[in-house]
Design a protein around this ligand. Sequence first.
Ligand code: NDP
Length: 419
Amino acid sequence: MNKVLVIGCGGVASVAIKKCCQVSEVFTDLCIASRTKANCDRLAAELEGKTATRITTARVDADDVRQVIDLINRYQPNLVMNIALPYQDLTIMDACLSCGVNYMDTANYEPEDTDDPQWRAIFEKRCKEKGFSAYFDYSWQWAYREKFERAGLVALLGCGFDPGVTQAYCAHAKKHEFDTIDTIDILDCNGGDHGYAFATNFNPEVNLREVSAPGSYWKDGHWVEIPAMSIKREYEFDAVGQKDMYLLHHEEIESLAENIPEVKRIRFFMTFGQSYLTHMKCLENVGMLSTTPIEFNGQQIVPIKFLKALLPDPASLGPRTHGKTNIGCIFTGKKDGKEKSYYIYNICDHQACYKEVGSQAISYTTGVPAMCGALMLLTGKWNQAGVHTVEEFDPDPFLAALDQYGLPRSESHSPVPVD
Ligand code: NDP
C-alpha cells in the first residue's frame, strides 16, 4: 500500500493525479491538497467511480512549513509530490525532512519575492560567480543533499519533461549510445495552436519569468550569457514541420554540466511564434512582467500577478489546442572511437491528450513524467538517498514507463544538426 500526498491541483497536477489513478495497484491512496480545497474536491469528484485509488482532499498553504508538517502527520504519506509552484520547493522539502518522507517536484526553486534583500544578496553573488542571471538555480536545493542523505530519504528534483525526461534521455545516451558525449542540444518544440493571440501553456508567472530572462548555455566549462531571444535557429521538427526556435537558459543545463562533466557544450532551444514574442516584448516594455509591487488605487499589486489574472488559465486551453509537441535531445560524441550523432525525442498530440485526460499536451508531457518518477520511487527502482536530478538514476525503467503510459520515444541515428 502506498499513500501519496500531492500538493497542487493545477494544470500539471491534474494530469499527474489522473495518471496515478490509472496505476491504482501502486498509487493505492492519494491526498490532493492546495490552498483552494474546492479545486481538489472537484477533481476528486471527477475521478470518483473511475479508479480504485482512494482519494481524499485537504487544504494546505505550502508556503507555511508548519501546515505541511501537520498535513503529513495527519495523512502519513510515503511520498510527497510537490506539483505546486517552484516557490514552495524549500518549505515542502523542510517538511519532508522533518517528517521523514521522500520528496519530488517538477521545477527547481525560485523565490516568489525577488526583492527580498537577503535572497537578492545571495542571488547577486551567484550571478557573478557562475555567470548566469536566471532567478532559479539548483544551489538552494543542492544545499539539502547531506540532510537527505543522512535521513536516508530521496529528493527527486525536476521530474517533468524539461527538466526531467530530457535528463533521462541524456542518461540513456550515456548508457547505451556513447562512450563520450561532446555536445547536447535540447529542443523543445510546441507546434500547438490554441487560437488566442497570447496565452501561456503553463503557469503564466513562472513561464514569463523564464522566457524573458537572458539566455545562456554551457561551453568549455563555463556559462555564456546572451540577451534574451538573441540566438535564433530554424529547425524542421518531425511531425510538426519548420519552426523558429530561440536559445534559453534552462535549469537542466546546470545539473547536466555537473553530472556529465565531459560535455563541451549544452544548449536549450524553445520554439516561439511571432505573435507570442511581440506580445511578450510589449508587455515587458510597459512593465507588466515586473515582479516588483507597485501602488495602485491604494493597493499594492505585482504587475506579473495581475497579468496572470488576465491571461487564459492554461488548464482551459485543452479543448481548443490542436497540433503536436516534439521535445528531445540531439547528441554528438564518440562510440568505439568513431564520431556519431543521435536524436531521441517524444511527439505528443494536444487533442489526443485532451481526449485522454482533458488537458493540452504541455500539462500532459509534464504530468506523465511526474507520475512515472513517483512510480520509480514507490517501486524502489530509484532509491538512492540524497537530493538528485533525473540523469543520476537508471533511465531504463523510467523510459519504459514513459513508453507505456503515454510518452513513447522516437529515435534517429542521423539527425540534422543545429548549427
Ligand atoms: P498552475 O498554476 O496551474 O498550478 C499550481 C497549483 O499550485 C495550483 O493548484 C495552486 O492552487 C497550487 N499552489 C500555489 N501556491 C500554493 C501554496 N502556497 N500552497 C499550496 N498550493 C499552492 O501551475 P502548473 O500546473 O502549470 O505548474 C505546476 C508546476 O509544474 C510548476 O512548478 C511549473 O514550473 C512546473 N512545470 C514543469 C515543467 C517541466 O517540464 N519540468 C513544465 C511545465 C510546468 P492554489 O492557488 O489553490 O493553492
